[in-house]
Design a protein around this ligand. Sequence first.
Ligand code: PLP
Length: 387
Amino acid sequence: MTVKLDDYFDRETFNRMQAVAEQHETPFLVVDLKTIERAYDELVEGFPFARVYYAVKANPANEVLGLLKDKGANFDIASIYELEKVMALGVKPEQISFGNTIKKSRHIRTFYEKGVRLYATDSEADLRNIAKAAPGSKVYVRILTEGSTTADWPLSRKFGCQTDMAMDLLVLARELGLEPHGVSFHVGSQQRDIGAWDAAIAKVKVIFERLKEEDGISLKMINMGGGFPANYLTKTNTMQTYAEEITRFLQEDFGDDLPEIILEPGRSLIANAGILFSEVVLVSRKSHTALERWVFTDVGKFSGLVETMDESIKFPIWTDKKGELEEVVLAGPTCDSADIMYESYKYGLPLNLAIGDRLCWLSTGAYTTSYSSIEFNGFPPLEAFYV
Ligand SMILES: *Cc1c(COP(=O)(O)O)cnc(C)c1O
């Protein structure tokens, strides 16, 4: 398939990014901050009643964090290291949620000492740790969700607990002197089925009602996680459609008097803003009669393209070379045979593509720099420029 640049970037934006790209040797990421700003505004317009907690892991660059802080965002933080980073930029503890359900007791204490009072959990042991290390704090319990087959990068199984356990944990939270604040879920990243939110919200409603009736606990908050889409090869609905549909699901279950709603977008805010510029290192065939070319680029699984694992995320790849397309296997530059990005899914690249030509990996602003390894085979971490 041919990737049309115009489907992903307007020319003015691309030219601005290209101007930066021309001055550097590949590989590197260029991120257009205006695109992030637009995505943020669009999300807030779609969900005017929600509080946005940016999932820092998607792209922890200071330029991104500073921009989102200035726009009034809050932050979903997963470690003391991310905590240090956002607080160094002047983010207040009231703007922070410790969203990782897997955490050391002494790290919970660090968050507490810095003033953070909002914690996610999904297990009794973690809840007891929170009660000891962060007494009196607000907790929300993460529930398991379905939808792993329609999310391109599922976040299920490892996180969340069954509804019954979630209710028991919220009751226990009260006994332990914590504030049972709400329920969270994540329907899976790059979730293409909007119905996944419908099912999750219905589960949350049951928890809200049962806790109120049976235990006199009034929950106040629903954290709907991330999962909103970026533009990759596989088409999705627009953000506006997501917002309209999800708002309708909320109103069907909770009426007009909605609880506090939290969103934790990562990918949908950042991915579309990035272009990973790379260069073809080698083009070869494995036999004299092989129909397939192997195209090796100077980026790979270990320099930012981790989400090509199982060919989960299909990044649009653009080249200014024109001509007849031929199927290729795309692989990275390291001495590891896992470093193959696409083999089953057939990317077509021009037959005249040659060593030294540049390839642009579009929609790569999120989950690339933060996933890049430090020095596998001596290759440095993925560099990035924010424009
Ligand atoms: C990764 C993560 C997110 C961000 O998800 P996206 O699909 O990138 O928007 C949000 N919340 C939690 C708890 C996460 O782990």
